[in-house]
Design a binder for this molecule. Structure first.
Ligand code: NAD
Length: 399
């Protein structure tokens, strides 16, 4: 089968297995280029391990520290003439490379919110690894099924006032205006239940109850604050409320983690093109401006650069933690530099279809978006036939 990108709105419905594998290989090269270190975690659990920051965390720890990794994710294999999801192909590629290095790698495909997946993960850890030294919670989900079977959904809406903005059509490069009514109370609380800290706490409680967190264990959860221009839809919107709830959950986890002499951290990462980020209204304009400014300044980073720098210089490095007044570790210091944000603010209201190329790095944004699905990865032959059916060795869950 010859696989091409098929884009609808902000969604790409196809993925390229060989391109995804190459993307993983490139990320591994970056993690290895920093050298293998012995001061990191030996056994890592990543919840949300197949895309964006979670996959990069898995690669940084496995190939930077030689860690054994257990990855939990929700991905779709290929079926009929439908390709698998990008995270499926990337997990397949990661597993192959990690096993070739002799690294323990276990994959759990299923709903991380469910008690069943939590129990199965605990059983596997108990059987294979005994305990865990680092738990990275990196889930980004549109919905969560609650124990009573009901489903709550997260929404990306402003709070209090309507949002007027624009977004760039990936196909036509047209700017489309966007108006969103403010969220009601139920939408706010549902978004907090999906993207807030409750499920992180449930995972840690489940692991602690089974004695599966090693002495000195660390757990992290990624958050985003971003630029003031995005605050009406992000920081001050429904997703911002959910992110605020991570700070509550972190405070609530301090005591339970102390029982194993461990710690819980919320970590502020930079804005990047991932599956989750591409769904945020108006983010394409912000990221296109940001990429332009950061590439010019020589400070641009992707997921793997962020996570590798985070583990090597903050979580396991000997240097001081770069924390803010809320105790969060900051990895967004280059994004928020005055000169970068000044460029974004100066050009924010000037972006149009005519100025897109001169003013922004929309091409870089689009390239990152396509690369995320395994397309436009350097060195690939996209006219070659590929088999979309790539198996993954799953310890839990179905293929
Ligand atoms: P992503 O969409 O790339 O990855 C999400 C992961 O969650 C995938 O592995 C997916 O399989 C998994 N997942 C989703 N629903 C699941 C479920 N029900 N059960 C099991 N696994 C499930 O997302 P991302 O952008 O890497 O986001 C990860 C975290 O990083 C989020 O908390 C996000 O807010 C945060 N963050 C993202 C950015 C950004 O710009 N992308 C910036 C700062 C912080």
């Amino acid at each position: 089968m010859i696989i091409k990108p098929r884009i609808r709105g902000f969604l790409c419905t196809t993925a390229h297995p060989a391109g995804c594998a190459q993307d993983v290989a490139n990320q591994i090269n970056h993690a290895e280029s920093e050298g293998i270190r012995s001061d990191g975690p030996k056994r890592v659990l990543i919840i949300g391990a197949s895309g964006g920051y979670g996959l990069a965390s898995r690669i940084s720890t496995a190939f930077g520290f030689g860690s054994s990794t257990v990855g939990v994710f929700f991905e779709r294999p290929a079926s009929g003439n439908r390709t698998a999801s990008p995270g499926w192909y990337k997990t397949a590629a990661f597993t192959e490379k990690a096993k070739a290095k002799g690294l323990y790698t276990a994959n759990i495909n299923g709903d991380a919110f469910s008690q069943g997946i939590k129990d199965a993960t605990c059983d596997l850890i108990e059987k294979d690894l005994g305990q865990i030294d680092l738990v990275v919670y990196s889930l980004a989900a549109p919905a969560r099924q609650l124990p009573d079977g009901s489903v709550v959904r997260s929404t990306l809406k402003p709070i209090g006032e309507p949002f007027e903005g624009s977004t760039i059509d990936l196909n036509t490069r047209e700017l489309k205006s966007l108006s969103l009514e403010p969220a009601n109370e139920e939408e706010v609380s549902d978004t907090i239940r999906v993207m807030g800290g409750e499920d992180w706490e449930l995972w840690i409680q489940a692991l602690l109850a089974r004695g599966l967190l090693a002495a000195g264990c660390i757990t992290t959860n990624y958050t985003y604050l971003g630029s003031e221009v995005t605050w009406p839809i992000y920081h001050h919107g429904t997703i911002g409320k959910a992110k605020e709830d991570l700070d509550r959950a972190q405070a609530a986890l301090v005591e339970p983690m102390e029982s194993v002499n461990g710690k819980a951290h919320v970590v502020v990462m930079k804005g990047l093109v991932t599956q989750a980020a591409s769904a945020i209204p108006g983010m394409s304009i912000y990221l296109s401006l940001l990429f332009r400014a950061m590439k010019k300044a020589g400070t641009h980073e992707g997921c793997i650069e962020q996570t590798t720098r985070f583990f090597n210089t903050q979580l396991f490095g000997s240097g001081e933690h770069r924390t803010d007044e809320g105790g969060r570790i900051r990895m967004d210091e280059l994004e928020l530099r005055d000169d970068i944000q000044q460029f974004v603010a100066d050009n924010w209201s000037l972006v149009s279809a005519e100025t897109l190329d001169d003013m922004t790095d929309f091409d870089g944004y689009k390239q990152a978006y396509l690369e995320m699905h395994g397309f436009e990865v350097a060195g690939m032959d996209y006219e070659a036939e590929v088999d979309p059916e790539i198996p993954i060795e799953l310890q839990v869950g179905e293929a």
